[in-house]
Design a protein around this ligand. Structure first.
Ligand code: DX5
Ligand code: ZN
Length: 222
């Protein structure tokens, strides 16, 4: 299974986003992780479709857009139009719309659809959608801000997905991932690793990504 590193632009310098994209790509990023927050699902406000559109023009790597928003049904098309390669939306908002329809809507446009669970949310709400989605994102911090500590207890959900649920598609982990925690994520069965502060805060991002890949332990296919 391919191991992918997705630096989170939330920790980039927003005044220099184009240069920061380039820095991540030059350092060997596989995807760009874009954190969208609506000030409602989470207390923070971040990036909207116009910024994603500019990012998409500058990027040569896929934009992995993480929707921490209450109404992904309202905004999915806007982010897809803007150039997102994939959208992930949260199990905690499944009650606000038709989950299967949103997954189908994203995939009908040739884009990747993923579902996300917060640390306190069990796997139960996403189990009916495992066949439909391209990816599951397991949050290893309470979403809203970068730079928080990794919550190792969520690794049990990864193990359950790979084990009893037989999930063979991408499992992404997001929150508190660093050289010290990426190894245990990989060991549990994750293959897509988001990191904001640990990568954008690194003096030498390429060296840090190299260290991540070493800890992940599998030869990188690129
Ligand atoms: C948290 C966001 C993360 C965040 C991770 O709400 O979803 O993507 O950028 O940042 P670090 O890696 O600093 O925990
Ligand atoms: Zn994220």
């Amino acid at each position: 299974m391919q191991h992918l590193i997705a630096p989170s632009l939330l920790s980039a310098d927003f005044a220099r986003l184009g240069e920061e994209l380039r820095r991540a790509e030059d350092a060997g990023a596989d995807w760009h992780h874009v954190d969208v927050m609506d000030g409602h699902f989470v207390p923070n406000l971040t990036i909207g479709p116009p910024v994603v559109e500019s990012l998409a023009r500058a990027a040569t790597r896929p934009l992995d857009v993480h929707l921490m928003i209450t109404d992904p049904w309202q905004y999915a098309d806007a982010f897809l139009d803007a150039g997102a390669a994939g959208l992930t939306f949260h199990a905690e908002v499944f009650g606000n719309g038709d989950v299967g329809a949103l997954i189908a809507q994203i995939q009908a446009r040739g884009k990747r659809a993923g579902v996300v669970v917060n640390p306190a949310t069990p796997l139960a709400p996403i189990l009916p959608w495992l066949d439909a989605v391209d990816m599951v994102l397991i949050m290893s911090v309470v979403p809203g801000f970068g730079g928080q500590s990794f919550m190792g207890e969520v690794l049990d959900k990864v193990r359950a997905l790979r084990g009893e649920h037989g999930f063979t598609k991408d499992i992404e982990m997001d929150g508190g991932i660093s050289r010290d925690t990426v190894g245990e994520c990989a060991e549990a069965g994750c293959n897509v690793f988001v990191a904001g502060s640990a990568l954008f805060g690194a003096e030498d991002m390429a060296a840090e990504i190299g260290l991540f890949r070493e800890k992940i332990g599998a030869g990188h296919p690129r």
